[in-house]
Design a protein around this ligand. Structure first.
Ligand SMILES: Cc1ncc(COP(=O)(O)O)c(C=O)c1O
Length: 454
């Protein structure tokens, strides 16, 4: 189905706007069995979704438990996607291939092409829209590196809502540009742990220099939400509805590969909570679940926060203060204090339950890298493709380069596709530290995961 106007086989594949998918894809409809349910930590019994209604917009709670295969994108969200703009291009990294002298073909989906520079608006716009329709006035959230906070600040501005963001202190200090971006869009931003919440205060009392974590910032945002009647909480990853909204990425990519008659052999992405990886991969994994495809799926994480490569597949809390239900996932323990690596979006102790299920059953594999090696991969990408990627995305770039070099040694002509889920233009301090040899690598020597289920 080649379309001469929209396909340049050598470099880029553009999907026309009128072919953008109209529905999100829900993988829960196609899993071989239902996911292990969230549990009430007091009774260890499955939890009903009702308590979530105080935290989230009603529509996203419905989506969280839905097993409908396709869910319609509301017209207002669809229009907002078109303005980002979407569809995003699929690019062939020819100069990188040439530099590596590999027979492999490398493609990437450009999710950094929007005003906030990452994939996060795909769910931020949907969550802000549903809250606006349901009459909520203010959104509260946490952010690690600041991409999610920026996306929610932008989406709140688009749909006329107030927005407050608890930003992990390590990133608040490393990335002032992200704070300024959120404030310019109208959000207020607080370094976490903070004195705004009881939980934040308790952390600071025992450790005034605590650099924060996503788990702590989530606890603070939830406490803030519960204290304000017309405020709702939004999460940028992990939950089913977030991954659902991100599937616009993979559905577009599928159509783009069909346009050039190419089938990827490997699909890769980085994982913090799992949303960009899932958004890119799940529409392809749908075929694998029906045994129609031999494509490999590879998720990349930091050695400093090795949830899926060294963690345990068990029930754990999603936050540090133990407010959330227990969810079954790969975890390194909700009390784990992630070291201050620059990939702030990957500093989360657990991962999305659906992704963890797929890893546990062998549909998806995972690898871990240290931060100096991923920045070296990002340097190669910058000097070949002219694109400075986010430190998070650099993890998948490292994998792709290694795999392409492996193909060089075996002569395999594999098609490797990755989700280029963010730019690094507000991470230049991290690039500077890398260039000047000031980056440190971290790895936990010992991982302790609490056991809630006998
Ligand atoms: C650019 C980028 N990539 C990846 C992530 C990790 O999140 P997820 O695994 O949900 O995509 C983040 C989170 O902040 C991010 O900003």
């Amino acid at each position: 189905m080649n379309n001469q106007n929209t396909v340049d086989k050598e470099h880029a594949v553009y999907l026309p706007q009128d072919e953008m998918p109209t529905h999100w894809y829900n993988i829960l409809a196609d899993l071989p069995e239902p996911l292990p349910p969230p549990l009430d930590p007091r009774t260890l019994k499955p939890m009903s979704p009702e308590p979530l209604l105080r935290l989230f917009a009603k529509e996203v709670v419905m989506q969280e438990v839905s097993t409908e295969r396709f869910i319609k994108i509301p017209d207002e969200v669809y229009d907002a996607y078109l303005c980002l703009p979407r569809p995003t291009p699929l690019l062939r990294a020819r100069r990188l291939e040439k530099y590596l002298n590999t027979p492999a073909q490398i493609y990437y989906k450009c999710e950094y092409v929007n005003p906030t520079g990452s994939h996060k608006p795909n769910t931020a716009l949907a969550q802000a829209y549903y809250n606006m329709v349901e009459g909520n006035k203010r959104l509260v959230t946490e952010t690690g590196a600041g991409q999610w906070g920026s996306a929610l600040a932008m989406a709140a501005a688009v749909f006329g809502l107030e927005c407050s963001v608890y930003m992990v202190r390590a990133s608040f200090d490393q990335k002032p540009g992200r704070r300024v971006m959120m404030e310019t869009m109208g959000a207020d931003v607080t370094a976490s742990p903070s004195r705004h919440t009881k939980f934040g205060k308790s952390i600071l009392e025992s450790d005034p220099n605590n650099t924060g974590s996503l788990g702590i910032a989530i606890s603070e945002a939830i406490e803030d939400c519960l204290a304000h009647e017309t405020t709702r909480y939004c999460l940028g990853s992990v939950l089913n509805h977030v991954l659902l909204h991100q599937t616009i990425i993979g559905q577009e990519a599928k159509k783009q590969f069909e346009m050039i008659d190419v089938e990827p052999n490997i699909i890769s992405g980085c994982i913090g909570g799992g949303s960009n990886f899932a958004g890119f991969a799940y529409p392809f994994i749908a075929d694998k679940l029906k045994s129609k495809s031999a494509t490999q799926y590879v998720a990349c994480e930091p050695k400093a926060v090795p949830s899926t490569t060294r963690g345990v597949y068990t029930y754990d809390f999603g936050d540090t203060a133990e407010i959330t239900p227990l969810i079954k996932m790969y975890t390194i323990g909700h009390k784990y204090q992630p070291p201050p690596i620059h990939a702030g979006g990957l500093r989360y102790h657990g991962k999305a339950p659906s992704l963890c299920y797929l890893i546990n059953k062998g549909y998806v594999s995972s690898v871990a890298y240290s931060q100096t090696e991923v920045f070296e991969a990002a340097r190669i990408l910058a000097q070949t493709e002219g694109m400075i990627t986010a430190p998070e995305t650099a993890h998948t770039v490292k994998y792709v380069i290694d795999e392409a070099l492996r193909c060089k040694s075996t002569g395999e002509r594999k098609v490797i596709a990755f989700n280029n889920c963010g730019h690094g233009l507000l991470d230049l301090q991290a690039y500077d530290a890398f260039r000047n040899g000031r980056l440190e690598d971290y790895e936990p020597s010992n991982i302790e995961v609490p056991k809630f289920i006998p």
